[in-house]
Design a protein around this ligand. Structure first.
Ligand SMILES: Nc1nc2c(ncn2[C@@H]2O[C@@H]3COP(=O)(O)O[C@H]4[C@@H](O)[C@H](n5cnc6c(=O)[nH]c(N)nc65)O[C@@H]4COP(=O)(O)O[C@H]3[C@H]2O)c(=O)[nH]1
Length: 830
């Protein structure tokens, strides 16, 4: 080699070294990772960036086979791409994830004659940002809220993006809105004020929120709850506006429905109590231009419950809707009609013209027939009226009208009543009484007094009536008339009367156990108690509990109790009587009831009300009523008792009318149990003495014999006032026993008796007691029997059933006179 050549070579080598050094410096300085491998895949160079990215020092890598240094790349995209570049001598460029180092890298591979030059850079941050962006994009895309993005830098803020929800809410497609300003959502006639407001908010360059009415593509409005936020670039300049649309039409609708329901009755659509009270408060607050006079009408349907019960609630609702419509028709638009509960309505009339005319119109409107399923129904209402006089709380006005309405109901319904102070006082008194009554029930402030009932002719006690007494701790004695009615209304009567029945049964049992007689105890029943289900069972349980025989309990009912539900009442009465419990109609004659119902009632006795007795001796009308009641009772074979018998004259007069049972101050006043015990002891002793006393020799004795008790009674009644001593026997045997012990002037006997016929019976008497005269009383005009009896001298006179009272009295009178003279004769003769 020549020197020149050597020099040239050395210069070239020198240049190469410099170049390599420059290249290495270059590789050292680049930020991408660089790895060089030779054709045997042996790593020949690694730059510092590669060391940093991979996390291994150059010394650990250089000289190693690529696959040994990075065993995890085998079988991955890295290997595929490297081999392809190497084999095909083509550059490759790809992104791949190197799991071992949790590294995303972008790789560029360049094949050359020495092997491969691999450049790579860590793209982890970019990848993360990409994912984040995709999630955000997906979020916006799938949001239920509409999203719209407008370019803030372009003139008139054109839309650059809308999501699917925007398309769904507005009905516009993405293509239709791109590049347009959002104001088209405000419809054909945008509100300039709204536009200005939006402009102002945008100028303020901050987030803002507003609810506005927008229009869909089909023209339908919707409520848009809009949030707008500006988006700033790196220089804090606003590049975009993002708008979030929320269609709140459904919520708005719901809210307005709620607001409507808060003020209205769902069934009738009328105002409800809440609304009425608000209006009333407003109207009652005095202010210029507001009405000062307000009339409040409280209207309650009469007996609506029974319609609901019988027709069902659905039909009941239909009627209520109809009533509501009729009421609205009768008043002015400025008046308020409200439904404040089941069948209760309030009509509020500011500055009313003619209240009565309106009230009457309302009553008439309600009373018009209702056509429900081809059936005509009739309904009435009661109205309470209260007037606002400029003072008093509004809810007080409702209360006052309510009170007045109740008063209208008490006055027979289908009418109206004005509230007054006096009514208020009365009601306050009742409210106080009601609480006091509850205390009385809880603390047992009641007592029973007992009033004996008498058989007039014999002056014997034949029963008692239990009468309640209330000993109020402060007010002293309160008569039943003052609290029974109220207790009935409040339902407290049930507890009270249960106590009465139980106590009366207990006390009657005590009288029985003391040997003071086994007489029926009458107890007053209340309608509520009587109509309650399980009433008969409850009474039987009390009898069982107290050990009182059922025959010693009598229940007194007023006619009115029976009027309401006659069939059911008859069933209850029959059940009571089947168990032997007596049933009495109390206060008879005061109920204005049809007398024909009486014959269907299973009852034992009627009690003539004391209002007829009071003036019976002086007032011919009372006398006529009493006579009529007694005659009717006799026909129906019912016992009659007169109550309120206060004088000897009452007693005498009623006796003459053939009333045989009496109750009243003339005989005995109601008395506490201990006094009754004393009374009965004395009474029984007196009766015993009377029984033992020798009969007055001058009083002729008549013996009535018949197996029918009613005939005996009727005969007794007819003859009782004639000055005879009357004995009765219901069988031949009983008659013989009496004849053996008593001096009998006359025997009146039935022709037919179970053990022997009347002729035979009288024949025997004739034989035994020849001085005793006999009258045969027969329904059979059996000539043979009669002639036989007369021929044999057994019968003195013969009478047919039914007899004529006057004729009977006359014949008996004659016969007794005959008999007495016979006695006298024999007496004188003997
Ligand atoms: N002027 C006058 N009055 C006489 C005479 N004899 C009795 N009285 C009174 O007449 C009333 C008879 O009871 P009533 O007609 O059932 O009328 C009773 C009855 O309807 C009711 N009552 C009394 N106790 C009870 C009870 O325990 N339950 C129920 N539901 N009502 C009762 O209260 C009404 C009044 O009872 P009282 O004040 O005890 O009044 C009693 C009695 O004291 C008389 O000769 N002259």
């Amino acid at each position: 080699m020549s020197n020149a050549l050597e020099l040239q070579l050395a210069s070239c080598q020198e240049q190469c070294k410099r170049l390599e050094a420059r290249l290495n410096r270059l590789l050292e300085s680049i930020t991408d990772g660089f790895i060089k491998v030779d054709k045997e895949w042996c790593i020949t160079n690694v730059n510092p960036a590669a060391e940093r990215i991979i996390g291994s020092p150059r010394e650990a890598l250089v000289g190693q086979l690529l696959w040994d240094a990075f065993p995890d790349v085998k079988g991955t995209r890295f290997e595929t791409e490297y081999r392809r570049a190497f084999d095909e001598s083509v550059p490759a460029s790809f992104e791949a994830y190197y799991a071992k180092l949790d590294l995303w890298v972008e790789v560029n591979v360049h094949p050359n004659e020495e092997g491969l030059a691999i450049y790579f850079q860590d793209i982890g941050q970019r990848k993360k940002a990409d994912v984040k962006l995709r999630i955000l994009e997906r979020g916006i895309e799938s949001s239920v809220n509409g999203v719209v993005i407008a370019d803030a830098r372009a003139p008139d803020l054109p839309i650059v993006y809308v999501n699917a929800a925007f398309e769904r809410i507005t009905g516009y497609s993405r293509d239709e809105v791109m590049g347009r300003n959002c104001r088209f959502l405000q419809g054909d006639q945008p509100d300039p004020a709204l536009g200005q407001r939006i402009r102002r908010e945008l100028d303020a360059q901050r987030d803002f929120h507003m609810t506005l009415c927008n229009y869909r593509k089909d023209g339908s409005p919707f409520w848009n709850d809009l949030h707008i936020s500006p988006v700033r670039d790196d220089t804090q300049q606003i590049s975009h506006y993002i708008g979030i649309l929320n269609d709140i039409s459904a919520e708005r609708e719901y809210e307005s429905r709620l607001a409507y329901h808060a003020d209205h009755d769902v069934l009738t659509g009328l105002a409800n109590r809440h609304y009425l009270e608000r209006r009333l408060r407003q109207s009652c607050t005095p202010s210029p231009g507001q009405p000062q006079r307000i009339a409040l009408l409280y209207l309650d349907l009469d007996d609506f419950q029974s319609i609901n019960d019988s027709l069902g609630h659905e039909q009941g609702d239909r009627i209520l809707i109809e009533v509501a419509a009729r009421l609205v028709q009768q008043v002015r638009r400025s008046d308020t009609v409200a439904r404040i509960g089941g069948d209760a309505f309030i009509v509020m009339l500011p500055e009313p013209d003619d209240i009565i005319a309106i009230v009457e119109r309302l009553l008439t409107a309600v009373a018009r027939p209702y056509l429900i399923d081809q059936r005509e129904l009739h309904l009435t209402a009661s109205i309470g009226i209260a007037l606002h006089d400029g003072s008093g709380a509004p809810d007080q006005l409702i209360q006052q009208a309510d009170l007045a309405m109740y008063q209208a109901k008490r006055r027979g319904r289908n009418t109206y009543y004005w509230f007054s102070r006096e009514l208020d006082d009365r009601v306050s008194h009742r409210v106080a009484l009601r609480s006091a009554l509850q205390r009385a029930i809880d603390e047992g402030q009641f007592e029973l007094h007992y009033q004996p009932q008498f058989h007039g002719a014999s002056s014997r006690v034949v029963g008692y009536e239990a009468l309640i007494r209330w000993h109020h701790p402060e007010r002293g004695f309160i008569p039943p008339g003052e609290f029974i009615g109220l207790a009935e209304e409040t339902g407290q009567i049930v507890a009270i009367n249960d106590w009465v029945v139980r106590t009366a049964c207990q006390d009657n049992r005590r009288l029985m156990d003391m040997g003071l007689g086994q007489l029926p105890m009458a107890v007053n029943l209340s309608p509520t108690q009587f109509h309650r289900s399980g009433f008969v069972e409850a009474v039987l349980a009390m009898l069982e509990e107290t050990g009182l025989p059922a025959a010693l309990l009598e229940l007194e009912l007023t006619e009115n109790i029976l009027m309401d539900s006659t069939d059911k009442a008859i069933e209850t009465l029959s059940a009571l009587r089947q168990h032997g419990i007596g049933v009495v109609i109390d206060d008879f004659g005061t109920g204005f009831s049809s007398l024909s119902y009486l014959k269907h009632l299973p009852i034992d006795k009627i009690k003539i009300d004391r209002s007829f007795i009071k003036d019976v001796i002086s007032d011919h009308r009372d006398a006529a009523i009493v006579q009529g009641i007694i005659a009717m009772a006799n026909r129906l074979q019912l016992k009659v008792i007169a109550e309120g018998v206060e004088t000897q004259a009452h007693h005498a007069y009623l006796s003459r009318l053939w009333c045989d049972l009496f109750q009243g101050f003339y005989f005995a006043r109601p008395m506490p149990f201990d006094d009754l015990v004393a009374f009965m002891r004395e009474h029984n002793a007196r009766a015993h003495e009377t029984d033992l006393a020798q009969p007055d020799a001058s009083t002729p004795t008549i013996l009535l014999v018949d197996d029918e008790i009613n005939v005996l009674r009727a005969l007794t009644r007819t003859l009782r006032r004639e000055g005879y001593r009357i004995l009765t026997a219901s069988s031949a045997q009983q008659a013989f026993e009496l004849l053996a012990t008593e001096e009998v002037a006359l025997v009146i006997s039935d022709q037919r008796m179970p053990e022997m016929n009347g002729t035979e019976f009288l024949k025997r008497i004739k034989a035994l007691y020849p001085r005793t005269l006999q009258i045969l009383l027969s329904g059979y005009t059996d000539l043979k029997t009669v002639t036989e009896a007369i021929n044999e001298g057994a019968v003195y006179k013969f009478l047919t059933k039914p007899w004529d009272d006057d004729e009977l009295r006359l014949i008996v009178h004659q016969t007794v006179r005959e008999a007495v003279s016979l006695h006298d004769d024999t007496g004188r003769g003997g």
